[in-house]
Design a protein around this ligand. Structure first.
Ligand SMILES: [Zn+2]
Length: 251
């Protein structure tokens, strides 16, 4: 049976039958992979603890006729501080779910792995404000959507092409980005957007994660910008998002 190993991060795991589990891992070498974990539901299973979401390290696979089996794991981190708090767990859950639902199996993309791993490392820090957690979540979603080619255009009015007037703005997922004042009037269902929230979203598209502590934005601005990122993500899904429901419950 051919075997291989690659670096990766666990996105999700579910029970299969009475004893096994199935894990979805985003890997460096092959992108998203689903693998069977034999006896993964047994408390004696050595691998059961390695397939908790966010677990990162080297994963060993065997390629069989019926699919892949996970045969071993050598973890570098499980992000314990991230998982010790509800807010950071919920934020990281949205980020890994975005990768789980919007990427394809066997399509390697280093940047996707980098975004998820660096966001989890940021959320695993000892001291973080609520605002910093929210900006990191927004950063990761915005980076992922942009990288996957389904980001929103925030540069001009996507309907008429004019420069944006900061007095009255909105964002439309249908139209694919920001709308000027007069187009806002004529497009149904667009969401009002403050110029401060627009600035923060634009910043998130271009900045490095380490710049987050230097950002000064009000709680209202951060909330609105994150809501836009959530809306843009939900718009891409053809199903409900359990992670967003969990995230909204811990507001
Ligand atoms: Zn317009």
């Amino acid at each position: 049976m051919p075997t291989f190993f690659t670096e990766g991060i666990v996105l999700s795991r579910t029970a299969v039958g009475d004893t096994d589990k199935s894990a979805v891992i985003y890997t460096d070498a092959h992108g998203k992979l689903t693998a069977r974990v034999r006896a993964g539901q047994r408390s004696t299973s050595k691998l059961a603890g390695s397939i908790e979401p966010f677990s990162t390290g080297l994963f060993f696979f065997a390629q069989g006729r019926g699919g892949h089996t996970l045969t071993g794991a050598d973890l570098t981190t499980t992000f314990p501080r991230l998982k010790s708090k509800l807010l950071t767990t919920a934020s990281a859950s949205v980020i890994v779910e975005c990768v789980l639902l919007l990427t394809h199996e066997w399509h390697a993309d280093k940047r996707v792995l980098d975004i998820v791993k660096s966001a989890c490392a940021f959320l695993n820090q000892r001291t973080l404000t609520r605002g910093q957690v929210m900006i990191a979540e927004m950063w990761a979603l915005w980076q992922l959507l942009g990288h996957l080619g389904i980001g929103l255009n925030l540069d001009v009015c996507v309907r008429c092409g004019k420069k944006l007037d900061s007095r009255k703005l909105s964002i439309s997922y249908d139209q694919g980005g920001t709308l000027c004042a007069s187009c806002t009037e004529s497009v149904r269902g667009s969401m009002p957007l403050s110029s401060a929230a627009l600035k923060l979203l634009r910043l998130a598209g271009g900045m490095a994660l380490r710049s987050i502590p230097r950002i000064r934005a009000s709680a209202g601005t951060i909330t609105q910008a994150l809501k836009c990122a959530h809306g843009a993500y939900q718009y891409q899904l053809d199903q409900a998002s359990p992670a967003l429901a969990f995230r909204n419950a811990v507001q």
